[in-house]
Design a protein around this ligand. Structure first.
Ligand code: 1QQ
Length: 391
């Protein structure tokens, strides 16, 4: 009997704290992006943006006086890495929510795990169709390409009204690229242009001779690329080296300055639609640009601003959770905070470096302002910038 009791006591002692566990102080927020592999070309910028947010928001008092702590977890570039990172953050990190992963391809694998565990996910850069529909606990602050991508095509036509024949190229092994090319193709037809060739590649490809030869074989005056940074950068480089002189529109995968060293001087003039402008008027953007530039000696681009916005949105939603519960987050149970945070995220709007955004009931971001930029490379052929085109 006493043996049974002690077993029972042991079971209780293990089970009870796990059930009634409160949120730690500082409040842990998961940040799971690619810090290694080629996908780190994006992930590095995301970590840079999150670090600025963490420091700045804590300097303002965090969540009503309780600081936050970002728990960084490398996902690598694939699905397995993202799944692993999410599991670690949920069970060991005991985070209130997760920002990540970098790619939509990874989100389709990892987000269902957070959703089942009832841990809110805020996608900082997932732009494929179908992300918020993964589950009740999945949202994003990265505007989907359905609303962003077509802007760059219109700008291409404004620069060259004679455009007729379009070549479309995409990475067929990546969910975002496949989604984005579908959106581009629909928009191209909607503008009355002809798609004269559709070329497929892999995100791991480095030699694009076959695809470039196909493009040069047609009378193409616009090339539209949906891929990630390293593959797209090399594709642009080879298109130019082999003689393509028309306009190139790049999708969201070409939205990183880390892609500049890949195509070098040949990145010049690529058109890329953006969900962020460093020049946007919000005061929080001015502060963000100033702090980012001081820390990294370069201005922020879209992925950094989106990462900052994701952290900011979670911090503001946590304040709403405290206001509703009339309790400190750290006086609440972790499971309770996760559920309340998910709901609060979808309430009201947030003035971020991306402008005013909100998340609808489904977790989809609603954003007002989009931009198109053109890459302008410096004389060294390695650095450059996204120069905003007049709207
Ligand atoms: C996605 C993307 C990538 C280009 C983000 C880095 O938009 O995977 O959805």
């Amino acid at each position: 009997m006493s043996r049974m009791l002690s077993v029972l006591a042991l079971v209780l002692s293990l089970a009870v704290p796990a059930l009634a566990e409160n949120v730690a102080s500082p409040i842990p927020i998961g940040f799971a992006v690619a810090q290694t592999t080629n996908v780190a070309l994006f992930g590095q910028e995301q970590v840079n943006g999150a670090k600025i947010a963490e420091e700045y928001l804590n300097s303002l008092g965090g969540v009503n006086g309780t600081p936050i702590r970002m728990v960084y977890q490398d996902t690598g570039g694939d699905e397995a890495g993202a799944v692993n990172a999410f599991q670690n953050l949920i069970t060991q990190g005991k985070v209130v929510g997760i920002i990540g992963p970098t790619l939509s391809q990874q989100a389709f694998a990892a987000n269902p795990i957070a959703d089942r565990a009832k841990v809110p996910v805020v996608g900082p850069s997932n732009t494929a169709k179908g992300i918020p529909q993964i589950g009740e606990y999945v949202g994003r602050i990265s505007a989907p390409m359905t609303v962003v991508a077509p802007n760059s095509l219109k700008k291409a036509l404004a620069l060259n009204p004679k455009i007729k024949n379009v070549a479309v190229l995409f990475a067929q092994n990546d969910a975002f690229s496949a989604s984005e090319t579908g959106i581009f193709q629909e928009a191209i037809k909607g503008l009355g242009l002809n798609i004269v060739t559709i070329q497929r590649f892999q995100t791991t490809d480095t030699d694009f001779t076959t695809q470039v030869t196909a493009v040069l074989g047609e009378n193409v005056d616009l090339v539209v690329i949906s891929g990630l940074a390293a593959d797209s950068g090399n594709l642009v480089k080879q298109l130019r080296q082999l003689g393509y002189t028309g306009i190139i529109v790049g999708g969201n995968g070409l939205n990183s300055p880390n892609m500049f060293p890949v195509c070098g001087a040949l990145c010049q003039d690529i058109l890329v639609a953006q969900a962020y402008s460093p020049e946007a008027a919000a005061e929080v953007n001015r502060v963000f640009v100033e702090k980012f530039t001081a820390a990294y000696k370069k201005g922020p681009a879209q992925f950094s601003a989106q990462a900052f916005a994701a952290v900011q949105v979670i911090v503001e939603a946590l304040k709403k959770v405290e206001a509703t519960a009339k309790k400190k987050i750290t006086a609440m149970e972790l499971t309770e905070v996760r559920t309340a945070l998910n709901k609060a995220l979808r309430t009201g709007s947030y003035v971020t470096p991306l402008g005013e955004i909100s998340m609808n009931a489904e977790g989809e971001v609603e954003q007002k302002d989009f931009y198109v930029s053109q890459i302008k490379m410096d004389a060294d052929g390695k650095s450059g910038k996204f120069t905003l085109l007049p709207r």
